[in-house]
Design a binder for this molecule. Structure first.
Ligand SMILES: CC(C)(COP(=O)(O)OP(=O)(O)OC[C@H]1O[C@@H](n2cnc3c(N)ncnc32)[C@H](O)[C@@H]1OP(=O)(O)O)[C@@H](O)C(=O)NCCC(=O)NCCS
Length: 199
């Protein structure tokens, strides 16, 4: 996994989130977004779910968690599948050393490698433009609640992956859940425990 240098002497390493990171990640998100973070519309697509398989990242420096980024399977009303990116946060005293960018590039690379077609997010275009995100393909898409239209951004990992995408974005089952549903002789029974742990 990639390593960065900062003014702090310890190297910054980007890696997969582990179960033992959860408390530090939640503390970091509380500090970055405050207690109202659970009121965001994006949270409606994350609550009670696990991130997409292999797509929960952290940045560590000297054994301390200094950055977090996760991605979540979503689908549009027109059946276009993709990932919702976020939340992205870096510890206040570790910002502007490229950790946010390193998390973003790792997430984009890994999502493409895993065969995902597109990534959506709600955020500042001024930050996310540099990673290839824009509102060009999101004009006909809606989050499942209030949000500023100009902040709904997308990046296609496969050309034209979002062409014709319209309507409300909703949470999609993980690929593993879909596979189990397809091959299981008991597929009429809803399988609620097939999403992998973020590790
Ligand atoms: C946004 C955030 C993740 C960036 O992390 P980071 O490690 O500092 O990012 P990088 O070092 O890769 O990039 C820093 C650059 O992005 C800029 N930047 C940060 N937030 C920005 C924003 N909202 N809009 C435009 N530019 C932004 C910084 O000014 C800096 O610019 P510079 O390179 O010209 O100095 C971090 O500032 C953060 O955690 N903020 C609070 C949570 C948040 O807003 N998350 C994003 C949700 S939309």
């Amino acid at each position: 996994m990639p390593a960065l240098a900062s003014e702090n002497s310890a190297r910054i390493v980007i890696g997969r989130e582990r179960r033992s990171d959860v408390a530090a990640r939640e503390d970091l998100l509380d500090a970055a977004f405050g207690p109202t973070r659970f009121e965001k519309t994006s949270e409606r697509l994350r609550e009670g779910r696990r991130p997409a398989r292999g797509l929960a990242f952290v940045a560590r420096q000297g054994g301390q968690l200094v950055g977090t980024l996760r991605l979540w399977p979503v689908v549009t009303a027109t059946g276009h599948t993709g990932l919702l990116l976020g939340p992205l946060a870096v510890a206040a005293d570790a910002r502007c050393h490229g950790i946010g960018a390193a998390l973003m590039w790792q997430a984009l690379y890994k999502a493409k490698t895993l065969g995902h077609r597109a990534i959506l997010l709600v955020g500042d275009a001024a930050y996310y433009n540099r990673f290839g995100f824009s509102a060009e393909k999101t004009g006909a898409l809606r989050m499942p609640g209030p949000n500023e239209r100009a902040r709904l951004l997308a990046c296609e990992l496969v050309p034209e992956a979002l062409s014709g995408a319209r309507g409300v974005i909703s949470a999609a089952p993980s690929r593993l859940s879909q596979l189990v549903q397809q091959v299981s002789p008991l597929r009429h029974i809803h399988c609620a425990t097939t999403e992998p742990a973020a590790s």
